[in-house]
Design a protein around this ligand. Structure first.
Ligand code: NAI
Length: 251
């Protein structure tokens, strides 16, 4: 039997990178997946990839920084699949790179709105849905930048520390009602955007790779597989965890 057989859930930011790999991994393990993204074309491409691999998925357009959108996404998932067993809150952005004195307050607002408010809205409505069916599992994409300070991305770091905080809080609040909540803290991951930056700055890329104990970047699949594990019954006693996926970088 597959790990997620009979389960249904949603993945946000599933049109690219980590979210796409996660949606594909959930479907590969037998789950029905509501693929959600702010980009309709790339989200629908993820659905096509899942269906081509023999899985079951649907698409729902959602901007996670808009609470009404998020509520509609959760409602639609329950309407289409009958329940919400799992949710991977993954949509996230970065903004300009600068030390705080040169940073732009509008960027700070934008990053907090998508990364932190988006995760807050998602968890709020997902928990409400899960309470109606006796529980479920939520995993949030945080970052290694939610565990340690990182220079020049104060907005992003603030948002990811915030995600880790609400992950632990909600894990405490709803454990008795059968809801588990965890966060993934990937190190640099070889998504298309990261591969693009590395191709443009190969020397910097090599210098970064040299700092990694494993000598290699995480792949989107490494992160997606961890999301599936944490949402599966194999992780039934794991909640409130902020899991580094970085080949030992934060060890
Ligand atoms: P990506 O840019 O490849 O994918 C992000 C997806 O989110 C895109 O499909 C985009 O359309 C969607 N999105 C953006 N804003 C949205 C919104 N307001 N509502 C709904 N969807 C929205 O990025 P990647 O790298 O796959 O990142 C996914 C998550 O992983 C983010 O939360 C990011 O902070 C986190 N992360 C990424 C790392 C990396 O090195 N790539 C490392 C650690 C964490």
């Amino acid at each position: 039997m597959k790990l997620m057989e009979g389960k249904a859930g949603l993945v946000t930011g599933a049109g690219s990178g980590i979210g796409r790999a996660s949606a594909l991994a959930f479907a590969r393990e037998g789950a029905r997946v509501m693929v959600s993204d702010i980009n309709e074309e790339s989200g629908k491409e993820t659905v096509r990839m899942i269906e081509e691999a023999g899985g079951a998925a649907a698409f729902f357009l959602c901007d996670v920084s808009n609470e009404d959108d998020v509520k509609e996404l959760v409602d639609a998932t329950v309407e289409v699949f009958g329940k919400l067993d799992f949710a991977h809150n993954n949509a996230g952005i970065t903004a300009s790179i600068a030390p705080i004195a040169e940073s732009d307050s509008a960027d700070f607002d934008r990053v907090m709105k998508v990364n932190l408010y988006g995760t807050y809205y998602s968890m709020k409505h997902e928990v409400r849905a899960m309470l109606k069916t006796g529980g479920g599992a939520i995993v949030n994409t945080s970052s290694g930048a939610g565990l340690e300070g990182v220079q020049n991305i104060v907005d992003y770091v603030a948002s990811k520390f915030g995600i880790n905080g609400i992950t632990k809080t909600v894990a405490l609040e709803y454990g008795r009602q059968g809801i588990r909540v965890n966060a993934l803290c990937p190190g640099i991951t070889s998504t298309p955007a990261v591969e693009g930056w590395f191709a443009a700055a190969p020397e910097q890329a090599e210098a970064i790779k040299a700092t990694l104990p494993s000598g290699k970047l995480a792949t989107p699949e490494d992160v997606g597989n961890a999301a599936v594990f944490l949402c599966s019954d194999l992780a039934g006693q794991i909640s409130g965890v902020t899991l580094p996926i970085d080949g030992g970088f934060t060890a």
